[in-house]
Write a protein that binds this ligand. Structure first.
Ligand code: GLN
Length: 474
């Protein structure tokens, strides 16, 4: 397995080149993309220009960034200038953004080479990529199973070794859940740590962009590159990017780690065993394990399925056939908009828009949306209380290993329940990461989840690295 750190080292010291690394990535994509449906678009020419620029800078003796020559896959809800960006929706078919998301500019400035756009559930709504208008992505570890979602393409790109790193977005679990199901590392940063300028909004009070990788250190490096204040995003935290990579080997000695039963109860026996194994490994590394109960977390899923659809119903109002992508003509403007939205959106997106519109409508606003906001405050306060007792919280990422295609697609509630452990952190705005630890049914990977208070990414990476070593993957 090639890491981003090793690729950048080799490109910088001349034992490889950015162009050679890119060609290898393009070959792997060509070999497996038909089967797995990971990339919706591969930017062969643009990526070659960027890779050549990195090699030319090295030849001129210029200093190149920490991701010099590292190919990276980008979730297709992040805008890249001139590159088709669909959000896996028919409604954006043919749209090419005229600008870069801030994360793209930061990647390129760091020497990384964006190679293409990855599949997702339409508008990031889903947990399996089965909601993509362009067909599902297959899990590289078992192509009869889902890779998770909504960032399933970005997780599969890393799991299939097409790229060493990728970017996803996490509104209710869409980085951590596919990371768990694909056996890799995925991080949802603190709300506001990474600029969302140029990310196509789903639920603006929850959305965050974050990294995928095979190793903990690569995610720390990638997050360092993309984090830090951006004046173009009004929700961006005012400080510069934190130092993360330098802390991955800090360990957990003296840390208090809360084993929260609401974050693993009801899981498969193998998942519960993995969480217990992780707790034991952290204890052996010098942490104190504290068993905790945070009953408020049980309400998270219900609150999320009011807040996220409410915000989505507003955010998706802009797809009206006038400004972006696809238009279906009609006799007048109203008929055109109705025909465009009827043809352009898939079933799950329509379901969310209807749920959200209902929750926000006069007469129901207080009973649904208002109530959900109160639950959100309860969640924030409950986490804050827990973090007075412990430094880090440990739980499962998902209740079970990767499921088969069609297993949950017909029942929205069954699908939504896959995110029961990931959603509470998004409501609180706190960071969390998932990393593989142990194996479950069919020898598929299990993800354990580490959560912390706002801006505690450095200690989450240190705990994750401790588990990575204990799991024998370092
Ligand atoms: N699976 C959740 C949903 O469908 C979370 C999605 C996400 O984080 N983008 O809303």
């Amino acid at each position: 397995m090639k890491t981003a750190l090793s690729i950048a080292d080799n490109v910088r010291n001349g034992s490889s080149t950015a162009v050679a690394e890119l060609e290898q990535t393009l070959d792997t994509i060509a070999a497996r993309n038909d089967e797995l449906n990971v990339f919706l678009h591969v930017d062969h020419d643009g990526a070659r220009v960027m890779a050549e620029a990195v090699d030319a800078a090295i030849a001129r003796g210029e200093s190149v960034g920490p991701l010099a020559g590292v190919p990276i896959a980008i979730k297709d809800n992040l805008c890249q200038r001139g590159i088709p960006t669909t959000c896996s929706s028919k409604i954006l078919e043919g749209w090419r953004p005229p600008y870069n998301a801030t994360v793209i500019d930061r990647l390129v400035a760091a020497g990384a080479v964006p190679v293409g756009k990855t599949n997702l559930d339409e508008f990031a709504m889903g947990s399996s990529t089965e909601n993509s208008a362009y067909g599902p992505t297959r899990n590289p570890l078992d192509p009869s199973r889902v890779p998770g979602g909504s960032s399933g393409g970005s997780a599969a790109a890393v799991a299939a070794a097409m790229t060493s790193i990728s970017l996803g977005s996490d509104t209710g679990g869409s980085i951590r859940q596919p990371a768990a199901l694909c056996g890799i590392v995925g991080v949802k940063p603190t709300y506001g740590l990474v600029s969302r300028y140029g990310m196509i909004a789903f639920s603006s009070s929850l959305d965050q962009i974050g990294p995928f990788s095979s190793t903990v250190a690569d995610s720390a490096l990638l997050l360092e590159v993309i984090a830090g204040h951006d004046p173009l995003d009004s929700t961006s935290l005012p400080e510069s990017s934190p130092s993360l990579l330098a802390h991955v080997d800090d360990g957990v000695a003296g840390k208090r780690i809360g084993l929260v039963k609401e974050l693993y109860e009801g899981s498969s026996p193998a998942v519960v065993a993995a969480v217990m194994g992780a707790a034991e490994a952290l204890r052996e590394a010098g942490a104190t394990i504290v068993e905790l109960s945070i009953p408020e977390l049980r309400l998270g899923l219900s609150a999320y399925y009011l807040i996220a659809p409410a915000e989505a119903s507003s955010n998706l109002a802009r797809y009206d056939g006038v400004r972006f992508g696809r238009r279906v003509d009609g006799e007048d403007v109203t008929a055109m908009m109705e025909a465009t939205r009827t043809a352009g959106f898939g079933a799950e997106v329509k379901r969310r828009i209807m749920l959200g519109t209902y929750a926000l409508s006069a007469g129901y606003y207080d009973a649904y949306y208002g109530q959900a906001l109160k639950v959100r405050t309860l969640t924030i306060n409950a986490f804050a209380r827990a973090y007075q007792e412990v430094d880090i919280i440990l739980g499962a990422t998902t209740p079970d290993v990767a499921f088969a295609f069609g297993e949950k697609a017909a029942d929205p509630m069954a699908m939504y329940l896959n995110d029961v452990f990931t959603i509470p952190t998004n409501l609180a705005g706190d960071p969390a990461l998932s990393l593989p630890f142990g194996r479950g049914d069919h020898n598929l990977p299990i993800g354990v989840q580490l959560l912390g208070p706002g801006r505690s990414e450095a200690q989450l990476f240190a705990a994750a690295r401790t588990l990575e070593i204990a799991d024998g993957r370092a």
